[in-house]
Design a protein around this ligand. Structure first.
Ligand code: A3P
Length: 293
């Protein structure tokens, strides 16, 4: 019973074998031939793994913890989303092409679909990974509210699609494993959402070190206070409440939903959990990458 302007859920489309939000597929050529510049930094994640959180942290670090500067615009303008394309809004590539490097670039691209230019320019990358049970639950709620996605169906139906890699940006396991491999020969900081929950200041310092930024203890504390879940949920420049409701409808589920580790325990049945453990074991048999649930 959604109003007509919200009946906007195109089916996913395949681009080079990867399922993505239908609208995104229309701008794909511009994504693939995107020209990176010296010093561009890419923030990459599988969806729902802490992209917005790390973006806010990086923006604050680069502005020496100045919270006035980090409120200069919403997070999706401060850290443009490379693949983003929906009707009546500028695309990610349009925004990025108006800016001079060094730029911050958000992306959900798996390694094999990164624009060649990002690799040729040896752009640094920060990757954040999150345990897939929490990703699944977060993604399910996000599909409901980010109305550019197809209807998620029941939790069981979405669960099945997720473990088959039939959700936007495809297989979680391939994504995290391929980036894990790539960090061996590229300048990549690979972070975990669970570590950020455990000790946010420690992880902020790791990001600073990676970016070659030295900041005083007071400033690190200020960045910490500004990037807690509570602070970001209340910050309109970080919580996506400024994006049109034709893209995200916060009345269905807020973007800043729970922000915790282990929320999956309230969603998966015993049978689903067993099935998921089998999926995880099989998919992760060929890697030394591990997750905390
Ligand atoms: P939940 O849906 O589990 O609450 P992304 O930015 O990659 O789309 O990830 C969104 C997830 O990160 C959401 O998870 C959101 O609540 C969580 N998140 C965002 N900011 C956070 C913060 N400061 N602390 C903890 N979790 C945060």
């Amino acid at each position: 019973n959604r109003p007509p302007d919200m009946a906007n859920r195109p089916p996913l489309r395949l681009v080079s074998g990867l399922p993505v939000v239908g609208h995104f597929a229309e701008n794909w050529e511009n994504v693939q031939c995107f020209q990176a510049g010296d010093g561009d930094l890419i923030i990459d994640t599988y969806p729902k793994s802490g992209t917005t959180w790390i973006s806010e942290i990086v923006d604050l670090i680069l502005h020496n913890g100045d919270t006035e500067k980090s409120k200069r615009g919403p997070i999706y303008e401060r850290v443009p989303f490379l693949e983003f394309a929906v009707p009546d809004m500028p695309t990610g590539t349009e925004i990025l092409n108006t800016r001079k490097p060094p730029r911050l670039i958000k992306s959900h691209l798996p390694v094999q679909l990164l624009p060649a230019s990002l690799l040729e320019k040896n752009c640094k990358a920060i990757y954040v990974a999150r345990n897939p049970k929490d990703v699944l639950v977060s993604y399910y709620n996000f599909y409901h509210m980010a109305v550019v996605h197809p209807e998620p169906g029941t939790f069981e139906e979405f669960f099945q699609k997720f473990i088959k890699g039939q959700v936007s940006f495809g297989s979680w396991a391939d994504h995290v494993k391929d980036w894990w491999k790539m960090r061996q020969h590229r300048d990549i900081l690979y972070l975990f959402y669970e570590d950020m929950i455990e000790d946010l200041k420690r992880e902020i310092r790791r990001v600073m070190k990676f970016l070659g930024k030295e900041l005083s203890e007071d400033i690190v504390e200020k960045i910490h206070q500004s990037t807690t879940f509570k602070a970001m949920k209340e910050n309109h420049m970080a919580n996506y409440t400024t994006i049109p409701s034709t893209v995200m409808d916060h009345t269905i589920s807020p973007f800043m939903r729970k922000g915790t580790h282990g929320d999956w325990k309230g969603y998966l049945t015993v049978a689903q959990n067993e099935l998921f453990d089998e999926y995880y074991k099989k998919e992760m048999a060929d890697t030394d990458l591990t997750f905390r649930f």
